[in-house]
Write a protein that binds this ligand. Structure first.
Ligand SMILES: NC(=O)c1ccc[n+]([C@@H]2O[C@H](COP(=O)([O-])OP(=O)(O)OC[C@H]3O[C@@H](n4cnc5c(N)ncnc54)[C@H](OP(=O)(O)O)[C@@H]3O)[C@@H](O)[C@H]2O)c1
Length: 329
């Protein structure tokens, strides 16, 4: 392995561009190769980000012996085939969220990584921000007592009315839950360290048949609950609140936070602020690089068994609604 972790990017859409800007801020990372279905797009993207290799085929990137880790930035429905292609070609893989369309797909991807002894991680970059590390420390120290409620919302107004868009198209597993509700579900999973016992959910399915607005209640035990709100036609406040017996922790824009505030009963609020350059994808990229250098096949911050459990919870929410994607019928 060279001094730097050599990344190969598959699918050069909007998130690949944002992730690449994060890679440029991570000194141990190199944008070594990029692959698009279009040669022109690969060349232009590669020139912009200084890639050594620009491929017009995802398979060619997977076969490049100098790529250390592949980054999968294609639509949800393509995560399974692209991840498996790269793992079977001997690459480590960071796969964008949602990891897969459902738990069955996630299980196949995880089994493939384990069979090939390659690193694999679900790209919940949220978990690697300094504010999230602080949150885990506060929870481990029982700073707010026993947690009894997690509230998280992630809703935005899609700019697209195009039914073929990734957000609205059922053929691409569109809808709010997999796109952004998954952030809320992973937060609840991280805080409680388990999945809900009971799930009740209400949804509005839009004209294309995908979820455009939903509110879900998780119950873990008599005194442990969570509420999850997610939308693609409505911009919600983007807040997370973790409420315990002694106070609560507030995190705004919780999927890529700058700060969190600790509110304890009878005390002045205390804010922990973490400024940064860029959006913050460099934290996730650094963590993946550290795991790969250490010879690990998964991250203990975003472990594969938890990824699978989160996918099972997402399946259970969709079971409440009777929503099945065409690829699942
Ligand atoms: N971590 C985050 O904050 C974050 C943010 C946004 C999105 N995401 C995730 O990243 C994934 C991609 O989202 P995005 O917003 O980047 O989507 P996007 O802009 O549509 O880009 C997806 C790319 O995938 C490739 N692709 C391959 N087959 C495709 C197909 N049949 N239809 C459309 N594109 C296809 C295309 O790249 P080429 O044309 O170059 O081949 C396309 O540009 C999603 O799973 C999403 O949930 C994560």
């Amino acid at each position: 392995m060279s001094d730097k972790i050599r990344w190969g990017l598959i699918g050069l859409g909007s998130i690949a561009r944002r992730f690449s800007n994060g890679l440029l801020l991570e000194p141990t990372a190199e944008i070594y190769a990029v692959a698009s279905r279009s040669k022109d797009k690969a060349n232009a993207f590669g020139a912009e980000f200084g890639a050594t290799k620009c491929y017009d085929s995802y398979k060619a990137l997977a076969k490049d012996p100098d790529v250390d880790v592949a980054y999968i930035g294609t639509p949800h429905t393509h995560h399974l085939p692209h991840t498996i292609m790269c793992l079977e070609a001997g690459k480590h893989v960071l796969c964008e969220k949602p990891f897969a369309v459902n738990a069955s797909e996630a299980r196949q991807m995880i089994d493939c990584a384990r069979a090939n002894n390659r690193f694999l991680m679900d790209a919940f970059w949220t978990r690697f921000f300094p504010a999230m590390i602080k949150l885990r420390e506060l929870l481990a120290d029982k700073a707010i007592g026993d947690v009894m409620l997690v509230q998280a919302d992630f809703g935005y107004r899609t700019g697209s009315a195009d039914p073929k868009s990734r957000i609205l198209n059922p053929e691409l597993a569109g809808g709010a839950l997999l796109d952004v509700g998954s952030y809320c579900v992973q937060l609840a999973s991280m805080v409680y360290g388990k999945q809900p016992r009971d799930i009740v959910s209400q949804v509005t399915l839009g004209a294309t048949g995908v979820d455009e607005l939903s509110v879900t209640v998780f119950k873990y035990s008599d005194y442990e609950m969570a509420t999850i709100t997610t939308a693609v036609r409505l911009s919600t406040p983007h807040e997370a609140r973790i409420v315990g017996t002694d106070g609560h922790i507030a995190i705004d824009s919780f999927w890529s936070p700058y700060e969190l505030t600790l509110h304890l009963h009878g005390q002045a609020p205390q804010t922990f602020r973490y400024d940064r350059e860029g959006e913050g994808f460099q934290y996730e990229a650094a963590a993946v690089g550290e795991c790969i250098r250490a010879g690990l096949t998964e991250s203990d911050v975003m472990p594969l068994d938890e990824t699978l459990a989160i996918m099972e919870t997402l399946d259970r929410i969709r079971d409440n609604w009777g929503l099945r994607y065409p690829s699942e019928r």
